[in-house]
Design a protein around this ligand. Structure first.
Ligand code: SF4
Ligand code: ZN
Length: 279
């Protein structure tokens, strides 16, 4: 068995289906190698102007029906009260400018909803379509931030430190983005025609790293997979030690969800408080 095997034969798996090519590829491949009765897809509408998800979700729903996988749909607004657009407009109303990027809110909100659904459905794993390029960027961001805890959490062998958190896995993390694009293309995946308007709003650290790595990969082919394996190996002893010293994460005093050690309220509540409190 591969020591990084992420999904075991009996696992119930919730797949976060974003509408992008990577989660589509994950859905198709997992449906071929895993019992389809043990897979559920969850599509989460972000609530972003000019970013039409209805067509994409209708296409994905059709794909799920064809391969025999149950598929659910919800929205950030329905689950958490504020869509991504709401979060941005409230922020601009309060500060006159954008202090926190749409992607920060969107990412945290999506992770929270996926975890809540996985818990509700009794899933053993939450699988997402992050590919090698995404994973290398995330490793680099956290190395640059010096966030060792996040680095350990990203490792495939890491355990969750709360019974309320369902283990997240990224089965495509060693697959290059061009490979998932190619597979999606030959499978006639319906690529989204409009891009999320927030992607260009603020050059994030991730977008800068993405450009830098693309450039390096052109000169040094395979640099990303070698980097991923190198960091995985370096982190492994820390991950094993962290798994052996189980620390039950504290719960947020506001929403009751697990939060990082030393915090009394979680990042999500902090984001919402920053725009709705003391208006
Ligand atoms: Fe969400 Fe950012 Fe992706 Fe837009 S670009 S869908 S805001 S994560
Ligand atoms: Zn909270």
């Amino acid at each position: 068995m591969n020591r990084y095997q992420m999904i075991l034969p009996g696992d119930n798996v919730l797949i976060g289906v974003s509408g992008g090519k990577d989660s589509y590829v994950l859905l198709r491949i997992l449906a071929e190698v895993h019992s389809t009765s043990k897979i559920v897809g969850l599509m989460i509408e972000e609530g972003i102007h000019e970013y039409n998800r209805a067509d994409v979700f209708a296409f994905l729903k059709k794909v799920c029906n064809e391969i025999g996988v149950d598929c659910l749909i919800t929205s950030i607004k329905k689950e958490l009260g504020y869509s991504v657009d709401d979060f941005i407009s409230l922020q601009i109303e309060k500060y006159g400018t954008l202090k926190i990027s749409a992607c920060t809110y969107c990412g945290i909100a999506r992770r929270r909803i996926l975890n809540a659904y996985a818990r509700m459905l009794g899933a053993d794993k939450v699988a997402t379509g992050h590919n090698l390029d995404d994973e290398v960027q995330t490793y680099l961001i956290n190395i640059l931030r010096g966030d060792i805890m996040r680095l350990v959490q990203l490792h495939p062998l890491s355990m969750t430190h709360s019974k309320l958190l369902v283990k997240r896995v990224k089965p495509l993390r060693t697959i290059y983005e061009y490979e998932t694009s190619f597979l999606a293309y030959i499978e006639n995946f319906r690529f989204q025609e409009t891009e999320c308007p927030y992607i260009l709003e603020r050059p994030t650290l991730r977008s800068r790293i993405r450009e830098m790595i693309k450039e390096l990969e052109r000169s040094y082919p395979d640099i990303q997979i070698r980097f991923l394996r190198y960091i995985d190996n370096i982190l492994e002893p820390f991950v094993k030690s962290s798994n052996e010293n189980f620390v039950n994460l504290p719960l947020c005093s506001q929403c009751g969800e697990p939060t990082a050690p030393g915090r009394s309220i979680c990042k999500f509540c902090e984001l919402v408080n920053s725009i709705v409190l003391n208006k």
